[in-house]
Design a protein around this ligand. Sequence first.
Ligand code: SF4
Ligand code: SF4
Length: 147
Amino acid sequence: MNLPPALLERVKEFRRRVQALSQFFTSLSPICAGCFLAGTCCCRGLFYDEEELVMAKALGQNWPERVQPPLQPDDPYCPFLGPQGCALGEDKPWLCVDYRCFRLYNAMGDGKAKALVQEIDAISRLYRGLREEICVLMREENPAGGG
Ligand code: SF4
Ligand code: SF4
């Protein structure tokens, strides 16, 4: 789907800010790696939603193949979690960046956590607006799709 230029610019801003936070969470990978080793991860199954995949395609990023791992109901943790932490690096889905994991937040300290939550809340507002506009475009493109 081609996005109007003004919308595309906001999508770029959204993705840039999500990537910055993804990089920060990657710096906490040893904590996530500990979950993998202990089999105690609570963040399984947070992937890109449909609108985020539309945004990725508009930016020329090819994610869908990587976001359909064989997730089974009894999988102990997300298929992207491994001994090095999350394998997706700066391409973490927005839902994962938005996820308030108590292990990570406890580790980063109050000052950092507060600043992080403020940025996440700001990105969340941006994301809600983008999703609404993209949903409208998806319905226009495929009126029978029910999206
Ligand atoms: S996000 Fe939290 S629950 Fe998930 S692997 Fe990392 S530390 Fe564990
Ligand atoms: S993609 Fe990464 S951050 Fe998201 S649930 Fe899986 S391991 Fe956690």
